[in-house]
Design a protein around this ligand. Structure first.
Ligand SMILES: [Zn+2]
Length: 88
């Protein structure tokens, strides 16, 4: 199938990571099906995969209790204080 973006290349089936926020949590699918153009590199996820994933996430949201933490605390990472130094 010809690329809809550059209209020169053809799509090749690939597997790429898929990352999505869901109910305050991050969902990572390391090997999501996708297609990539062999000329311009345009990439799009498999539409059936996205549809099925959204369906499953909707079903999961309806049935599972809210597992999100009740109170979120910001995370502060202590780092070395930056201070200007002057060398002359
Ligand atoms: Zn292309």
């Amino acid at each position: 199938m010809k690329c809809q973006h550059c209209r020169i290349g053809h799509y090749q089936s690939i597997q790429v990571p898929y990352i999505q926020w869901h109910n305050g949590r991050i969902l990572v699918m390391p090997h999501a099906p996708a297609s990539s153009c062999d000329v311009c590199g345009y990439m799009e996820y498999d539409a059936a995969f996205i549809y099925k994933l959204d369906y499953l996430l909707d079903k999961l949201s309806e049935q599972s209790p809210n597992l999100a933490p009740k109170q979120a605390h910001p995370i502060f990472i202590k780092s070395a204080q930056w201070s200007p130094t002057r060398r002359s």
